[in-house]
Design a protein around this ligand. Structure first.
Ligand SMILES: [Fe+2]
Length: 335
C-alpha cells in the first residue's frame, strides 16, 4: 500500500530570491495597484498608508531588517530541500494555483488534475530577455534555463481523479499542457518553484493539482478546499503500489498586504486541527495572493487522515513598504 510520508507547506514568493535591496521593484507594482484586498475591503496604496502603522512598518521595511528576514526564509527553504532529499519520496503531489499561466479568462477551472506522463517547463533564456537584471534569479527560481520535461506520475493522478469524482468533485482533467503561440505553455510558478528550489531539479515524478484560488468568480471556498484535500488523501490511501508519497502546498501566506493576525489565526487552526476555525472565513478574506493559503488548507485536508504532525519552522512577514505590502512567508512540515 502507498504511504504518505511527508507534507510540506512553503511560500514561493519572488521575494525569496530577489535581493532585499531590490524589493522596491515589487513595491512599484504595489503603488500601481488600485485594488489591494485587505480584511474584506479594497484599498489603493495611499489609502493603505492612511490605515497602517507607518512608523512601525518603516522600521520593518529598513534594508537590514529586510535582509535578516530574507536570510531566515532562505534557511527554511534549505531545510525543506534537505528534508525532501532525506525522505526521498517516490512521488510528489504538488497543490498550487495557476496564475494566468496555463489558464486564462477563456476557461478557468476550479479544480484541475494533470495526468500526463511529463510536465513541460518553458525555458527562460537570461541572455535574451528584457527582464530587469535583479529579476533574473527570480525567473530562474520558477523555471529552467532551457525547455525541460519533468516526469509526472499519471497513475497516481488518475487515481486522484477517480476518487475525487466519486466524492462529488467534478474535477477538470488535463493530459497535455495548453498550447499558445505555436507551442506548449510551461507549468506555472507554484510548481516550478518546488522543482527548482526544493528539489534542485531532481526528477521525482510529480502530480500537479491546481486550485483556482486566485480569480473570481469560481474560487472554491476554504471549506471546499479542505474537503478536496480529504478526498485526495482517500485517493492516496487507496493506492495499492508501495509508493512513498510526499505532498506540498505551494504559496501564501497573506500578500500583497500582510495581515499577521489572519496568518496566526490560520496557523493556530492548522496546528490544533481546528477545521471549523480553519475553514470559517468567506472568499472575501481570500483574494489576490492571500488566496494561496487555500493550497495549505487543502494540504491540511490530506494530512488530517495521516497522523503526521505539523511543525512550523518559521513565519516571516517580509515587508517591502510602510503601507504594509509584501509577503508573509511560512514554512512547515508534517512528519
Ligand atoms: Fe503565487
Amino acid at each position: 500500500m502507498a504511504d504518505i510520508v511527508l507534507g510540506i507547506g512553503t511560500s514561493h514568493s519572488p521575494m525569496l530570491t530577489l535581493a532585499p535591496e531590490h524589493w522596491d521593484i515589487r513595491t512599484d507594482a504595489d503603488r500601481a495597484e488600485q485594488n489591494h484586498p485587505y480584511r474584506g475591503k479594497t484599498y489603493n496604496f495611499d489609502e493603505l498608508l492612511e490605515i497602517m502603522p507607518r512608523d512601525k512598518l518603516a522600521k520593518l521595511n529598513a534594508v537590514e531588517e529586510r535582509r535578516a528576514r530574507f536570510e531566515r526564509s532562505d534557511k527554511c527553504l534549505d531545510l525543506l530541500a534537505q528534508t525532501l532529499e532525506e525522505v526521498n519520496p517516490d512521488v510528489l503531489v504538488i497543490i498550487g494555483d495557476d496564475q494566468h499561466e496555463w489558464f486564462l479568462d477563456d476557461v478557468q477551472p476550479a479544480f484541475t488534475l494533470f495526468y500526463g506522463d511529463e510536465v513541460f517547463a518553458k525555458g527562460f533564456d537570461a541572455k535574451a530577455t528584457d527582464v530587469p537584471e535583479p529579476m533574473i534569479p527570480v525567473r530562474l527560481s520558477y523555471t529552467t534555463p532551457v525547455d525541460h520535461n519533468y516526469p509526472a506520475d499519471s497513475s497516481v493522478a488518475s487515481r486522484i481523479i477517480t476518487q475525487t469524482i466519486e466524492d462529488g468533485f467534478d474535477i477538470t482533467a488535463s493530459k497535455l499542457p495548453p498550447s499558445r503561440g505555436g507551442g506548449p505553455v510551461g507549468i506555472g510558478h507554484a510548481f516550478g518553484f518546488i522543482y527548482r528550489r526544493l528539489l534542485n531539479d531532481k526528477p521525482v515524478p510529480f502530480v500537479p493539482v491546481m486550485i483556482n484560488t486566485y480569480y473570481p468568480p469560481n474560487q472554491p471556498t476554504a471549506k471546499r478546499c479542505y474537503e478536496f484535500g480529504q478526498s485526495i488523501g482517500r485517493a492516496l490511501a487507496g493506492i495499492e503500489d508501495d509508493k512513498r508519497i510526499a505532498i506540498v502546498a505551494s504559496g501564501g501566506l497573506t500578500h500583497f498586504v500582510i495581515d499577521e493576525d489572519f496568518d496566526h489565526r490560520l496557523i493556530d487552526a492548522m496546528q490544533s486541527g481546528d477545521v471549523e476555525k480553519l475553514t470559517a472565513d468567506p472568499n472575501t478574506a481570500y483574494q489576490s495572493g492571500t488566496s494561496e493559503i487555500k493550497n495549505w488548507i487543502a494540504l491540511c485536508g490530506v494530512m488530517a487522515g495521516t497522523g503526521l504532525k505539523m511543525t512550523l519552522h518559521d513565519y516571516v512577514p517580509c515587508y517591502r513598504s510602510e503601507a504594509g505590502t509584501g509577503t508573509a512567508m511560512a514554512f512547515a512540515t508534517w512528519c
